[in-house]
Design a protein. Structure first.
Length: 198
């Protein structure tokens, strides 16, 4: 962590600090200070996005707690998507997935009929984070991949490097049984689809 930048951030902290539970924040360069009456933390920022996996904090609430992953991870700053590009790409992918997936609804007569998702009132949740390169490299994920629901990862990614990862959930206008939509995850450094399923 750049200690001179951290000291500059502390010097710019507001005089009146919020109570525990809410935070004031100040950003300089690639670091953000989050501060309240009971805690302060420094978080790494990539292109204006806070990266919680690379942070340093002290909390003085009920007991003193210390957290430091700032020096643990390096970051990959390559991102091939803007939010708009990712959203368009992921929505196209979700629609293609749903075109190939069979959805069934039980009618009032108790007979199951195949239905197609209605996207006319679609809403979405888009997320971006930096995650460790080998986070999904585990036996449970390997079993899920065999079933078609795991997250694909590249063995080329380093375990202690954070890589850009986009997520999206596209909700149908109305649920089909207990299925509310489609979700998509894409590695931001390569554009590889990590997952796409209901």
């Amino acid at each position: 962590m750049d200690t001179s930048l951290a000291l500059d951030l502390l010097n710019q902290a507001p005089n009146s600090l919020p109570a525990y539970g809410s935070l004031a924040n100040v950003t300089l360069g690639d670091m953000t200070l989050f501060i309240s009456q009971n805690s302060f933390s420094f978080g790494y920022t990539v292109n204006g996005v806070n990266i919680p996996n690379k942070s340093w904090s002290i909390d003085f609430a009920d007991k003193i707690s210390f957290h430091d992953t700032f020096g643990l991870y390096s970051t990959s700053s390559v991102n091939v998507f803007s939010e708009e590009e990712f959203t368009n790409f992921a929505f196209d992918l979700a629609q293609k997935f749903c075109d190939d997936y069979l959805f069934y609804r039980t009618g009032e007569d108790g007979v199951e009929v195949e239905v197609r998702p209605d996207w006319s009132r679609m809403r979405s949740e888009i997320g971006f984070n930096m995650i460790p390169g080998q986070i999904y490299n585990n036996p449970i994920n390997a079993e899920l991949l065999e079933q078609g629901t795991g997250v694909s990862f590249s063995a080329e990614r380093a375990a202690l490097t954070l890589y850009p990862f986009w997520t999206a959930v596209f909700y149908f206008s109305w649920p089909i049984g207990n299925i509310h939509g489609a979700q998509v995850g894409v590695w931001g450094d390569t554009g590889e689809v990590a997952y796409c399923y209901e």
